[in-house]
Design a protein around this ligand. Sequence first.
Ligand SMILES: C[S@@+](CC[C@H](N)C(=O)[O-])C[C@H]1O[C@@H](n2cnc3c(N)ncnc32)[C@H](O)[C@@H]1O
Length: 481
Amino acid sequence: MTATEEGATEEGATATAKAKTRRAFALGFADARDLERFARDVLGDDDVVADANAAAAPTVKGPTNAFDSKISPVSAAEYFRYYAQIPQQQNMLEDAVRTGTYFTAVVERARSHFAGKIVMDVGAGSGALSFFAAAAGARRVYAIEASDMAKHCAKIVENNAHLRDVIVVIQSRVEDVADGEIAEPVDCFVSEPMGTALFNERMIESYLIARDRFGRRNPKNHPKTLNVTMFPNEGRLHVAPFRDDALHAEVANKARFWTHADFYGVDVTPLMDDAIRAYYRQCVVDAFDPGILLADATSFAWDFTTIAPESLEVIRLPTRFEIIGGARDDDDDDADADDANAASPHVVVHGIACWFDVRFGGDRGDRARYLSTAPGLPTTHWFQMRFVFEKPLVARAGDVVVGELVMRGGDNQSYVVTGEMRVETTGRGSGASHRNAQTTRVTGEWDLKDPYYRQCVHPQPGYTSKQNEKWYGSSSAVDAN
Ligand SMILES: C[S@@+](CC[C@H](N)C(=O)[O-])C[C@H]1O[C@@H](n2cnc3c(N)ncnc32)[C@H](O)[C@@H]1O
């Protein structure tokens, strides 16, 4: 227990005002027992003990499971409030690439993994994947949903006779579901736990925890090993360097506001450097043309049937890019990037782009299916993500750029990404002395929780050209597919 003289806090000020002759103290307690001991021994008042316990209980409650031990209650409350909203679920359901791929993967390509099986839908939302599992012949589907969306999901199930006998909706975080609540071992897990850059939201960890807690064990030689299928069964992250002069200028320009030396009579320029850092710290979410990529992507894969949830707390992505030349120049200025690259050996790297895909195994002999968010493919609601360097890296065609991105999970259901890239070996056109004056090593830090959702000019799949005409006019710069 600690005690400090008080005066600055609101409580302290009120106490001081009420009894001017008294002095106010703020008391700190190590835990509820410490507080109870003080109330009983020092104050000798049982009511105070009861009140103090009630008040202290929420703040002294310790972690109870794998979710509570890593995620802050404030973040979780906001997260599940978001997913409890019908418009947010609808936004995902209407992502035709996403929902259509799940339908095909489950109902059309993998019936043998579902027919007659016990299935768990981890994070069921409004229930779409549970409905697909039922359509693929599942014997029972446990639809686990933590948010109040579970009530809406149950309403749909209740009102559809073919779902009523198959789907059991449980409103709970999967980490909180009691051991006995799922009466039978689960054969098959289905989930859509992907966030931007695959891991944002940290829900894949919940998917893996569900597997470890409720999955069917191998009965024979290896009773500890699991005998389950996972839909999806693998996730991959792809990263590649890009050039995008317009984006780099756009991010820099956002901080220009802080050049005001006379903003309503106040000089705000002291915040200029902080503002620049803040804007470059935002990761950019939009759809981009794959023509801006400067090298083949480095790819990383995670097997959801085997990896441990803890392995996703810190994710290291070592990269090695062979720069293949200048990106296509789409910015309509008078200098074409290809021409410029032909004349000059410079290749300007403005940052690192990333996108993901997930894989669904098929029936025997049937092909696996990917749900991909790659640039150039029909856009999904995840779009792609880019990490922009404050100072671009300067390389040459043929150079090798090496580095590492490190994603560190936080208690806000997200990651902070740090990165370092440097030009390691010299390719074509080496030896030019002006290179010494250029940046050949860059570092950066980006917060996945604080993205910049950039206006996307690529047409969404499923939207007709008529809609594009309505939105952009007949002289639209946007191609209608
Ligand atoms: C991306 S949405 C997918 C919803 C639905 N499966 C679909 O495909 O339309 C993820 C859902 O998982 C829920 N969720 C996230 N973490 C969870 C957890 N630990 N336990 C249970 N539900 C969770 C969220 O509330 C949200 O509704």
